[in-house]
Structure formats: C-alpha cells, structure tokens
Design a protein around this ligand. Structure first.
Ligand code: ADP
Length: 471
C-alpha cells in the first residue's frame, strides 16, 4: 500500500475505532491473564505448602514414635523416593546446627536460613519461603517446622513442574493473544467501516452537491439508527437549501422580467420629456408619473420580498389570539364604500366569534386581497358574499364568493403564480402578486387557499386555516 494512502487511512475514524477496539481488547485480555496467572500460582503454592506440611507431620509422628535416628533414615528414603533434585530435608537444632540431611549436592546453594529459624523459634509458627537459586530457573518452596523439642525440620521442594505448566500457559496465552488481537482488529475494522459507511455516503453527496447538483439526496436506511437520522436530517437541510435557492432564482427571474418593464417605462418617459418637453407643466407631469411608477415598483418589490420570506419560512409569524370573525367583519366594513361606489352588493355572514392563533397582519392582508379581487373583477349590479364557517371543529373556512367575470379554466392553475394576470384583468389595476402573497401567508399558517370558478359566472376563493396549527 503506498505510504500516502496509509497515512490518509491513519486519519480515518474507522482506523482509530479499530485501534481502540484492538487496544481495549488487548488490555482487557492482559488483565484477565494477570488475574488468572495470580490465581494459578497461588493455587500451586497452596498445594505445595499442603504437601510440605503433610510430610512435616509424618516426620514429627516418626520422631515421637521412633526417635531421631528413624527420622534421619526417613529423610534419606523420602528424598531418594521423590528424587534428590525434587526434595531435600535438613534436621537442625534451634541454634541452626545441622543434625542430618538428605543428599544436598543439588541444593548446595540453599543455606541455613537463620532469619527463618529465628522467626520459627520466636513465633512458634511454621515459616514458608520461596527461594530463587542463582543461575537456576526453577524456584524452591522451603518450609521450616518444629518436629520435636529443639528439632527443626527444613523441607524444600522444587517448583519445577509448576513452572513448566505456567510457562506453557504463558506461551499459549501469547500466541492466542496475537491471533485474537489480529482477529479483533479485523472485526473492529469491519464494524467500524460498516458504521461509518453511512457518514461516507453523506460526505459523497455533500461533495456532489458542492459540484452543483442540489437535487441529490443521501439514501436513508431503514434501521433508524444515528446514521439514518443524520442522512434524513441532511436531506431535510438540502431540501430547505434547494427551496431557498429556487426562491432566489425565481426572485431574480421576476426582477429580470417583471420589474424591468416599469423601470424601462420610467426611463422612457423621462427621456422623451427631456428631449421634447419644453413647458414646466410637462416636467411636472413627468415627475408625478415617475413618483407613481416608483411607488408601484416599491410596492411590487416589497410584496415580492414578503412572499419570498413567507414561503422560505424566514418570516416568523407574530402569533397571537385572534377573533377571525371580527377580522372578516372589519375587512367587509372597510371595503363597503368601494362596493357601494361600484354598485355591488356586499354581504358578510360570520358567527359572533371565531378564535384562533395567527398573525393578525398576515390574515388581514389575505382577506383584503381576496375581497379586493372579488370587488375588482365583478361588474356593477353583481354581488360579493363573504362567509365564515368551521369544519369539524378543526378548520376554519372563509369563502369569498362573487358573481364576477370568473376565471377561464386554462388560467385557473396559474393564478397563484407571481405576476400572472388573466386577459380580463388588463384593464384593471394590479400587479399579479396579490394571490401569490395571500397563498404564501395562508401556507405560513399551515393553511391554504382553494378556488373554484366558472368563466362569466363568478368565482369562489376559499381560505382554509387550521384551528390549532402545530408550531
Ligand atoms: P392582480 O393584482 O392582477 O389582481 P392577483 O394575484 O390578485 O393579481 O390575481 C391574479 C389574477 O387572478 C388576476 O389578475 C385575475 O386575472 C385573476 N383573479 C383573481 N381573483 C379573481 C376574481 N375574484 N375573479 C376573477 N379573476 C380573478
């Protein structure tokens, strides 16, 4: 594997997780080994001690029954039977003087243990020692015990068999450890790779997106684990970014197409006045026209900004408790004079009160736009009827019904688009933004606006608002 690739692997989460996994495994195995090792050695030592004590008991019985000479020959016999390299016996006086011993040629390095003898004489308690002989691998367990009055027995037993077993155990442990740590690293690597594969998918998608494709999404698994949640959240964020980018694009398209014409008009009027106009009156009317056009332009820009903010969710609702029935009646009252001027009948049918939570300013604007349109697109003698009702206790419905020009079926799917105006509206003032704004505000309340219309007979716009919108 090239060095650079190895270095880049070292930085990965999967590599570090594997290292941790293998490390924790190795440390816990070592701890387990140490515990086991301590247990085994202590079991072996106890067993040896019991054997030594058993022999000491035998010696003291023989001494009591048959005297010192019998004990001396017992020492010889026992040492020969067990093997002179395995055990030795020494009979000592309490001052450390040797009475007798088994064949000590193999045990020359083990001297009279004065400290042990003193301790035995002083405390009257058996003294065990584990002695290491220089240049010899195996240790010796030695017991000093009083077998008769003033007679001390020193018994030593080689721990060679135990050491062999423990060495074999150590070797097996090391080999097993190496294999298991290798296996643990492999399993750890596999698991870590599996765990981070979801993160890699997110990274890949993010990389593709930075290359310009906002419509890509990370595949979301079905396990519902942290990675799936990350992928789902990432996709949600992408959806939101995509919506915002689309908004910005639409906005700039609108600026390019629809705001250009009023500006061109203003410029054209000014140019014509400058080149042809002579009288001050002509300049005055040009200035008045410019102010009017600029107001219209500003109104359009503000409305567009409001739509964009409402649609993108940037405009937070100023929620408060509202009596919608009252809001509807107020709107009707406000526009009553307009209806009268135009010779239209305006009726308002609402319950006494209808409470819900919403943004007063937005709801007023929706009602004003719908009513304004109904009055605008209904000719003299017609009627506009506004009604408020509740549906299943969950929704509130405001219907604005008119007997006006109606909307041709071909236009119906487009009337909520920005700047869309039907042919019949050319003679009426307007920007084509009113319905877009009304619907954006309704949707910001988790509601909507629906329309039914028959060309030449009239239209009904229905504002639907949830009574309890989720926050
Ligand atoms: P405008 O400023 O043109 O009224 P809107 O967005 O409010 O813009 O409406 C978009 C178009 O929908 C209008 O131009 C009009 O053609 C049509 N429209 C809206 N309301 C009505 C209505 N009540 N009756 C007939 N046509 C309507």
């Amino acid at each position: 594997m090239p060095l650079r690739r190895l270095r880049s692997y070292r930085k990965t989460l999967a590599f570090r997780l594997t290292l941790w996994y293998a490390g924790v495994f190795a440390v816990s195995s070592c701890v387990a080994f140490l515990l086991f090792y301590t247990l085994i050695t202590s079991v072996f030592r106890d067993r040896t001690d019991q054997e030594l004590l058993g022999q000491a008991r035998e010696f003291s019985t023989v001494l009591a029954a048959r005297g010192l000479e019998a004990v001396k020959s017992l020492a010889m016999l026992e040492a020969q039977a067990a093997g002179v390299k395995k055990v030795f016996f020494r009979l000592l006086s309490s001052s450390g003087q040797v009475f007798s011993s088994s064949n000590m040629s193999y045990w020359q390095d083990i001297d009279i243990r004065e400290a042990a003898i003193k301790e035995l004489v002083r405390d009257r308690r058996n003294v065990f020692e584990t002695i290491t002989i220089p240049n010899r691998k195996d240790k010796v367990r030695v017991l000093h015990v009083m077998v008769g009055t003033g007679i001390i027995l020193q018994i030593g037993q080689s721990m060679e068999a135990d050491s062999r077993f423990i060495d074999a155990f150590k070797n097996i442990f090391v080999i097993t450890m190496v294999l298991l740590v290798g296996l643990a690293a492999g399993v750890g690597w596999f698991m870590a790779r599996r765990a981070v594969s979801g993160v890699e998918a997110v990274t890949r998608t993010a990389r593709e997106i930075s290359g310009g494709t906002l419509d890509k999404r990370v595949p979301v698994g079905t396990r519902g684990d942290e990675i799936d949640q990350l992928a789902a959240t990432f996709n949600q964020m992408l959806g939101r970014i995509q919506a915002l980018v689309t908004e910005i694009k639409e906005m700039s398209d609108n600026i390019a197409h629809d705001l250009k014409s009023p500006i061109t008009r203003i410029r054209g009027t000014a140019e014509v006045t400058l080149t042809t106009g002579k009288a001050i009156g002509e300049y005055e009317s040009m200035a008045a026209g410019t102010v009017e056009e600029c107001d219209r332009l500003l109104d359009m820009i503000n409305t567009m900004l409001m739509i964009t903010k409402a649609e993108s969710g940037l405009d937070k609702l100023n929620d408060e408790g509202i009596d919608l029935a009252r809001l509807v009646r107020d709107a009707c009252e406000l526009l009553e004079p307009v209806a009268e001027d135009k010779g239209l009948g305006l009726t308002c049918d609402t319950p006494d009160a209808c409470h819900l939570v919403g943004d007063r300013r937005m709801l007023q604007r929706i009602l004003a736009n719908l009513l304004d349109n109904a009055l605008k697109y209904t000719s003299s003698g017609g009627a506009v009827k506004v009604s408020l009702s509740e549906k299943d206790g969950e929704e509130v419905v405001v219907a604005v019904q008119d007997t006006g020009v109606g909307i041709p079926a071909g236009d119906l799917p487009h009337i909520f688009e920005r700047f869309y105006r039907c042919d019949h509206s050319r003679s009426e003032p307007g920007t084509g933004l009113g319905l877009s704004l009304a619907r954006a505000f309704a949707r910001a309340h988790q509601g909507d606006i629906a329309v039914t219309s028959t060309s030449g007979q009239g239209s009904t716009f229905t504002l639907i608002l949830p009574r309890n919108k989720g926050t």
